[in-house]
Design a protein around this ligand. Structure first.
Ligand code: MN
Length: 340
């Protein structure tokens, strides 16, 4: 059935309430999840640019730096990584692409406490963090392919203009979270919205080049070492890649240089579950999980205190890469038996 992108809005009443909060507010702080990606930063900048175009005061805050390949997004130079001692009165806090306070980082509590209104726009597995918070308007829909899509619908619903800068941010958000239209969440509406954004000024070739063909050389040196760690389990259904502190040391690469390394494990024909385990500093481990069909990796990640989507999830923990690998394999077996 052909349907308009506006049919994606399931809770119209909440959508209107968020629109009113954005219209009525004057001081805004916008933030997103730690280790931000193109959807997190793209949604945040798009909404923030639209707000400041309306004459509102906007502070952009992320705990972690903006990865190099998304620095080209218009407005990234306005993003700060430290907060003023006190937020202005009547601050509206907008949390993008993040549905749990913990994932904003160490300043989460402070931010939420000081805000008068908290707007949450997200599409990750909802753990209900904002459900009972009186000042929160949380629009969380796992069926939406990108938070950028929610921002776009919101702007259109309020009839706020989408200029070239905003379109570039939103297009990048959609490209990032659909894996350039390859992931299972890619729908007709995703193409429809992308098409609209290109007409509004987003340049697909420029953006794709920046996102996917502008990596520092050290990333490829690190990738070379990481690929040599490939291990497969369960008749080739599970593939694991690892990056150790020593690999980061010898290549000079940083944590952010590993974005989508998990994709190299996922692209093996037999693989259902792909695992990338990253240990930048000894004992601190970050895990990315991907699946192709039936394994819900958000539930695997949840067992380790993480979360995400059905086909893409992650968590951080402490331990060695080997211990963490074994624990994940055990958890997959606990939930699904041996994959075959
Ligand atoms: Mn997202």
């Amino acid at each position: 059935m052909a349907s308009s992108r506006f049919d994606l809005i399931k809770d119209r009443e909440l959508f209107e309430k968020i629109g009113t909060a954005l219209n009525d507010g004057h001081n805004f702080v916008l933030t997103c999840h730690v280790r931000p990606d193109g959807d997190a930063i793209g949604s945040m900048l798009a909404l923030g640019t639209a707000l400041s175009d309306k004459g509102k005061e906007v502070i952009f805050y992320t705990e972690d730096p903006v990865p190099g390949n998304i620095e080209f997004l218009p407005g990234t130079n306005a993003i700060t990584h430290s907060l003023p001692a006190e937020l202005p009165d009547n601050t509206t806090l907008c949390i993008l692409d993040c549905g749990e306070p913990r994932r904003i980082g160490s300043k989460a509590e402070e931010l939420i406490e000081q805000a008068d209104v908290v707007v949450v726009l997200d599409h990750h597995l909802d753990n209900g963090s904002f459900a009972d918070m009186e000042k929160a308007l949380a629009y969380i829909d796992q069926d939406i392919f990108a938070t950028g899509a929610l921002v776009m619908l919101l702007l259109e619903n309020m009839e706020w203009p989408i200029n070239k800068a905003i379109a570039t941010c939103l297009y990048s958000a959609i490209i990032t979270d659909t894996g350039a239209f390859r992931h299972s969440n890619t729908t007709a509406a995703a193409f429809e919205m992308a098409s609209f954004l290109v007409e509004a000024g987003a340049d697909p070739y420029f953006i794709a080049n920046r996102l996917y063909q502008s990596y520092p050389e050290r990333r490829i040196h690190l990738l070379g070492l990481v690929l040599r760690t490939l291990e497969v389990f369960s008749h080739g259904k599970i593939a694991v890649l690892q990056a150790t502190p020593q690999m980061f040391r010898v290549t000079g690469a940083k944590a952010e240089d590993t974005e989508d390394f998990v994709g190299f494990a996922r692209c093996i024909d037999s693989v259902e579950v792909a695992i990338f385990i990253r240990e930048v500093h000894a004992g601190h481990v970050t895990v990315s999980l991907r699946s192709k069909e039936y394994v819900n990796v958000a539930e695997i990640a949840k067992a380790f205190g993480g979360g995400g989507h059905f086909h893409a999830a992650g968590f951080t923990t402490t331990g060695t890469t080997v211990d963490v690998r074994d624990a994940i394999l055990k958890e997959i077996e606990r939930q699904y038996g041996e994959l075959e």
